[in-house]
Design a protein around this ligand. Structure first.
Ligand SMILES: *Cc1c(COP(=O)(O)O)cnc(C)c1O
Length: 354
């Protein structure tokens, strides 16, 4: 293949990889040898380069630190048994990144930098992709405003970067979830559908409160009545009711349109379940639970793929589930892992070669 776009590369003198144990490596703490950096200056993307992973020098007046024009993405790359590297659905994340950028009045990033830059960076650090079951290379593209000036207005300068972190299995025990009735994450017209940094900062107090009460996460609800469920942490949610899988619809613009959510909907249909995207009220869930019809509840996202939910608590009413009997959730994870780790055919064209 002809390189569409050649990015200048400065390589490390000596790789840190020999000092790293990839097996079971914890999420998000160890980064590969190199990173990609690009600057948006005077209306143009410039200084695109791949260089050794290193700290940034920033001014204390950096606009992003004060006013929060900052967005990110999360993607994973895998290696199959033949040692070939693939990225899972990067074009979907690329589209979503630019939607986030538009909503935050930030410049869009061209495909040559986002996709081609990601491929070249991963190709350079491909030895860091763990070729083991439940292991992957987590890819973190992000962009922030880089004006050095205090003043509330859109920045004129931005920095786009990609960093890579090898990651092992996401061990998580089945979760206890609190249906949140006081605080909210996203309102129609807000930024809930954007992967904007501030969404996560504003959730931390609420999640910390729920943790003190013995929960692992909160399930956000609508701002008007706290009646319609949205999503939990950095996960979309699914409910298996009878032979139908239900997930909140994206229409109100308050939910992050997960790439895993979309992949799981495709796999559920492949498995013969009906899939419905629609408003999901807590009353409907309680009714289904009482009728013995609410069989499985799980979250979906790039980090964990699928996360089992063993309890949903709404006011004083707890719905408990025996996650050992979650056959649908287990099958989804098996099918997705098989595609991503190269054991099953890539029927949907999800795997993009590095
Ligand atoms: C990233 C994220 C998700 C999951 O999206 P994926 O594309 O599946 O990783 C869900 N909800 C929120 C709030 C997120 O930030």
């Amino acid at each position: 293949m002809v390189e569409a776009y050649s990015i200048p590369v400065t390589k490390v003198e000596r790789s840190r990889l020999p000092e790293i144990t990839l097996k079971d490596i914890p999420f998000g703490r160890t980064f590969t040898d190199h990173m990609l950096e690009a600057d948006y200056i005077n209306g143009e993307w410039k200084n695109v380069e791949i260089k050794p992973y290193q700290p940034l020098m920033v001014s204390p007046s950096l606009a992003a630190l004060h006013y929060g024009q900052s967005i990110f993405e999360g993607i994973k790359a895998y290696k199959n048994e033949a040692g070939e590297a693939f990225i899972f659905r990067p074009y979907d994340n690329y589209k979503r990144f630019n939607l986030s950028a538009a909503r935050m009045e930030m410049p869009t990033v061209p495909e040559d930098i986002f996709i081609e830059g990601m491929r070249q960076l991963i190709a350079l650090d491909s030895n860091w992709i763990p070729a083991m079951h439940d292991h992957s290379l987590y890819i973190r593209p992000f962009m922030f405003s880089s004006d050095e000036m205090i003043g509330v207005r859109p920045s004129e300068n931005y920095k786009f970067m990609i960093i890579l972190a090898p990651t092992g299995p996401y061990y998580s025990t089945p979760m206890r979830i609190k249906v949140e009735e006081t605080y909210t994450r996203a309102a129609p017209g807000g930024v809930g559908q954007a992967k904007a940094a501030g969404n996560y900062g504003s959730a931390m107090y609420v999640t910390a409160q729920a943790k003190k009460q013995g929960f692992d996460q909160v399930l956000w609800t609508d701002v008007y009545e706290h009646k319609y469920v949205q999503e939990a942490g950095t996960m979309n949610v699914f409910f298996v009711i009878g032979d139908t899988a239900v997930t909140p619809d994206l229409t109100p613009g308050t939910i992050l349109a997960g790439v895993t959510r979309d992949s799981v909907m495709t796999i559920l249909e492949e498995m013969g379940l009906k899939v419905e995207e629609r408003p999901v009220s807590i009353d409907m869930l309680i009714e289904a639970y009482k009728a013995g019809e609410l069989r499985e509840v799980f979250g979906t996202g790039t980090a964990a793929t699928v996360s089992l939910i063993r309890e949903l608590k709404y006011k004083d009413f707890a719905m408990s589930f025996d996650t050992q009997k979650f056959t649908v959730t287990a099958e989804i994870k098996n099918r997705l892992d098989a595609i991503r780790e190269g054991h099953a055919p890539d029927k949907y064209g999800w795997m993009v070669s590095v």
